[in-house]
Each structure stands twice: as C-alpha cells, then as structure tokens.
Design a protein around this ligand. Structure first.
Ligand SMILES: [Zn+2]
Length: 290
C-alpha cells in the first residue's frame, strides 16, 4: 500500500498506512508512535484532570484517596471485563469518547470506578482519565457523556442496562418536545441581523469547546419545572466575535449514578442581549467578564 500519510503530532510523512497508529474510532487522526499520541492528547487528559480537581474541591472530596484501587490488577481486569455501564458520547463532529463505570468493593465499601477513554476497533486505545470515588455526584459529572447510546452496540450492554436504553427513549421524546419549545422561543427572540440559521452548521465546531470549557454556566428552572443548564462562551472566527450557547436539560434521576445532561439547543449569536437572556438563575461556574 503506497500513499502519503502523516503523524498528526510531529507531522512525519510516511508512504505506508501500516506505519501509523490510530486512536479514535470515528476519526482519521493518525500517529507515528506512542509518544506522539500522548503529546497530542495531553490537553484533553489535562482537561479531564482539571474537571475532576474542580469538582472534588466543590464537593470537599480532595482527600478521598481511593485511586490506589486503580493499581489493583484484579479489580481493573474485572472492571474492564464486566463494567456496569459502557457509555459512548459522540459530539457534533462525530468524535467519540467512551465512559466506563462500575461499582467495586474497596475495603468492604462500595465505591465507583470510572474511566474515560478512546476506543478503536472496539478495543480501548487510550485512557484519558480514571478515578475512584464514593460520590455519585462526581461520577455524574462525567456520565453526561452517556446521552447518546450507539444503537447497534446496545446488544453488548449487560442485561440490566438494556432497561436504561428504554428509559432513554422516554427521555429522548421529552428532549424533542423541549427542543421545539426552546427553538420557537429562540426564533421569536432573534434579531434578523443575527447569524442566519442556514449558517448555524458552520459553527458546529464551537459546540465541544463551549460544553467542555464554557466561560459561564447557569442553572435555572424553566416554566415546565425542569432544570436547565446554560453554557455560554465567547469565541472569535475570522476576526468576528460571537457567543456560542448550549442549553441542556438536566435529567432528574436523582438517586441514580447516571444523572444526565442532555443538550437541547445550541446556537451562535452576535447579539449580546440575546446571550444575556440565558444568563439567569444561579451562576454555577465562571466569572462575569466585561
Ligand atoms: Zn509523530
């Protein structure tokens, strides 16, 4: 096989695809060696660590120290062999992250073990982040990713998780209803001079940065009594500043590990006033800029 391929990190060019390593299931990013893989994804690894650090601080769990369990080969083997949940999150440009969760016994206590990783050809190709905690709330921070189940893989889930896929269907109907309500509201509030709806797809690559690293997050209860999270971030493209907003519905499965967050509407806007409409309720992250 001959052609031109290159390493996404060091840019080394090679003629053979066999010389390259692939990490992400739905992505063509290729690498020449393990070190380049580590270097390329370091920002994402750091991002997950940072998310955990901030949430632990908020929950007063900085000194939980349960991560020793991750060095126990028997526990780790059992974790990957029989996970309670294996959840896939696909973003709007098709990139996929898998979150694996299992309740394990540690010194006669039940705790959660969680791994965020990439898979390639159905195998785990890179572990981005792992943790052990007693806190379901800390787990739920990462299981927002489970909002999308890959349908053709549902059959691989352990029996009890099939029910969760059904519950998800109910939730999906609810989300659809929510989407139309919020879209209608947005259409009413939008100015004609704002970014045209036909161009929204050109802004899709701002979805992930906004969700993962928003400037601000607000939480409020809407007219139907549902908790809505509003993620806001200012961006710039070709010298033009704009906001990207994501409104998410927070699942109400309070006592379950998988308290989910479902994106309902996401859109760019150059209208500061429109963006400000979604700064309401309680600010749960960020500082007011300007
Ligand atoms: Zn390389």
């Amino acid at each position: 096989m001959s052609g031109i391929y290159y390493c996404y990190q060091c840019k080394l060019i090679t003629n053979s695809i066999d010389d390259l390593l692939f990490v992400e299931e739905k992505s063509k990013k290729s690498f020449c060696c393990e070190k380049c893989i580590q270097d390329f994804y370091q920002h994402l690894i750091g991002h997950f660590e940072n998310l955990e650090f901030i949430k632990r601080k908020e929950l007063n769990l900085e000194n939980e120290n349960l991560d020793d369990n991750l060095d126990n080969p028997e526990l780790v083997e059992e974790f990957f062999k029989n996970p309670d949940q294996s959840l896939k999150y696909t973003n709007e440009i098709g990139e996929e992250i898998t979150t694996i969760i299992k309740k394990i016994d540690s010194n006669n206590e039940t705790i959660n073990m969680l791994v965020n990783c990439f898979t390639y050809s159905g195998e785990i190709s890179l572990i981005l982040h792992s943790l052990c905690t007693k806190s379901n709330e800390l787990i739920s921070l990462f299981s927002f990713q489970s909002k999308k189940f890959n349908e053709n893989e549902a059959g691989h889930f352990p029996e009890e998780n099939l029910n969760e896929v059904e519950v998800d269907q109910k939730m999906i109907d609810e989300i659809e209803l929510k989407k139309s309500t919020y879209l209608a509201e947005l259409m009413e509030e939008r100015k004609e001079t704002d970014i045209p709806i036909e161009s929204f797809h050109l802004y899709e690559n701002f979805f992930s940065p906004t969700l993962y690293e928003p400037d601000e997050i607000y939480s409020y209860i809407d007219q139907s009594g549902d908790e809505i999270l509003s993620y806001i971030r200012a961006h710039e493209q070709e010298g033009k500043s704009f906001y990207y907003l994501i409104l998410c519905l927070k699942g109400d499965e309070k006592n379950k590990v998988e308290q989910l967050i479902y994106p309902i509407v996401s859109f760019p806007t150059v209208d500061g006033k429109l963006a400000h409409n979604y700064r309401k309720g309680e600010m749960i992250s960020g500082s007011l800029k300007n």
